[in-house]
Design a protein around this ligand. Structure first.
Ligand code: UD1
Length: 421
């Protein structure tokens, strides 16, 4: 397994281009299943999860072509089976996103249950119960969801919890359903809106985009031709590099991004002492060489502070001035990075879903490993300021969601290298 070695101490400075959003690319690639015509998706990030999604679609018999600029053309009319097998779902939970489109367009889907994962139990009960309300016959047997329907029927669905992939699955299911579906308490994450805009570009009729009530008027087919759709920039990648610059007391300008999707994160960085300027598609952060101040925050669905930025802010708090309290409300077990940070000398007290971080002047490099994507990124960030070398193991998690992380950090002046297995 590849590892990353980081030598702490360099102050980051420079400019970077932000990649397309992983969490928008995955549902949008799944949504290509809904169209009768070839569709091209652009601004696709170079990530392991994208490769997994291509394998997932490929094993269904779908033709995919990818060019050197990472545009992916999908012809879903060549589909031969309606299945997401365990071997792929176990490596990427987001594979569940094919359930809604397969059922909606082909009336049949066999999708392995994702099961538990490092950050909690993460059930898919809301996806399944809502599809049953839309008329699907669903059996869960031997670890698989088997779903069948003649045609889904639109109805009013009030989601028990705000769920991002749940909202996306139901949105995709509803576009070809008979009649109107009203999704209440829907997730408003920018990636959900990106998917909705893409579906509308293919011929769907969705209104209420960016709000928590989505209305979907079912259509018989999505028959718009010559669709080329570009994925929105990755707000979590953006936030991660902003924190990396802040923790090293540096300065960074990030281009091809969307500051309007990062309000809560930028607010907390300002509180930490960062000077932030931005335009339509760029953000600049400057610490003017100062140590960050610890911040207190609480994760919650968009537009509140994202759970996917919690670990990175924990890393910043452990070397910041003062005490910062981090409360995780979205996932029950998302503090796997804390123990590893403690091995680097961090002063963190964990009390159920709260991490009380007291900033230290100094942390030290150590061999560490993480069990999820954002936790791995937070350990790399901690390594940037730790004294000596930090060796981050199991970085396949990072490769799932960060496009060329060591190259991008090197470009900003970090001392980081990959050791191939
Ligand atoms: C998505 C993101 C992930 C992010 C998360 C929260 C993708 C591919 N992944 O994950 O990066 O961390 O949103 O912003 O977009 N829940 C249920 N029943 C369900 C579905 C969800 O109880 O049927 C619960 C979950 O256990 C969790 C909460 O709802 O506690 C939110 O989860 P959800 O928004 O569904 O996360 P994902 O869509 O899996």
């Amino acid at each position: 397994m590849d590892k990353l070695i980081i030598t702490g101490g360099a102050q980051l400075s420079g400019e970077l281009r932000i990649s397309g959003a992983k969490n928008a690319a995955l549902p949008i690639l799944a949504a290509t299943l809904l169209s009768e015509n070839p569709v091209t998706i652009g601004n696709i990030p170079h990530l392991h999860d994208i490769t997994t999604t291509m394998q997932l679609l490929g094993q269904m018999g779908i033709q995919l072509t990818i060019d050197e600029k990472m545009n992916i053309e999908v012809h879903s009319s060549t589909i031969t089976k309606y299945e997401a097998p365990y071997e792929l779902v176990k490596t990427m939970r987001a594979s569940i996103l094919v359930l809604g489109p397969l059922l909606s367009r082909f009336g049949e889907a066999h999708v392995s249950l994702p099961g538990g994962c490092a950050i909690g139990s993460r059930p898919v009960d809301i996806h399944i119960d809502s599809l049953i309300k839309m008329g699907a016959d669903i059996q869960v047997e031997a670890g698989y969801i088997h779903a069948k329907v003649k045609r889904l029927k639109g109805c009013r669905l009030v989601l028990d919890k705000v769920t991002v992939t749940g909202t996306e699955n139901l949105l995709m299911a509803a576009v070809l359903a008979e009649g109107t579906t009203i999704l209440e308490n829907a997730a408003k994450e920018p990636e959900v809106s990106d998917l909705a805009h893409f579906l509308n570009a293919m011929g769907a009729k969705i209104t209420g985009i960016d709000t928590d009530i989505l209305t979907i008027e079912g259509v018989d087919k999505l028959d718009k031709k010559e669709i080329h759709y570009n994925i929105i920039p990755d707000r979590i990648e953006t936030g991660t590099y902003l924190v990396a610059a802040a923790i090293t007391r540096g300065r960074v300008k990030l281009k091809d991004t969307r500051p309007d999707t990062l309000d809560a994160v930028l607010e907390k960085l300002k509180e930490a002492g960062a000077d932030i300027t931005s335009g339509d598609d760029w953000i600049e952060l400057d610490m003017h060489g100062k140590r960050p101040k610890a911040v207190t925050l609480r994760t919650a669905p968009y537009p509140a502070f994202p759970t996917d930025m919690q670990a990175q802010f924990t890393a910043m708090n452990i070397v910041a001035e003062g005490v910062g309290i981090i409360t995780e409300t979205v996932f029950e077990n998302r503090f796997m990075h804390v123990q590893e940070m403690q091995r680097m000398g961090a002063n963190i007290q964990l009390e159920s879903n709260t991490a009380i971080c007291t900033g230290s002047e100094k942390i030290t490099g150590a061999p560490v490993m993480a069990t999820d994507l954002r936790a791995s990124a937070s350990l790399v960030i901690a390594g940037l300021v730790a004294e000596g070398e930090t060796l981050v193991d199991r970085i396949y998690h990072i490769d799932r969601g960060y496009d060329h992380i060591e190259e991008k950090l090197s470009q900003l002046g970090a001392t980081i290298r990959r050791i191939p297995r």
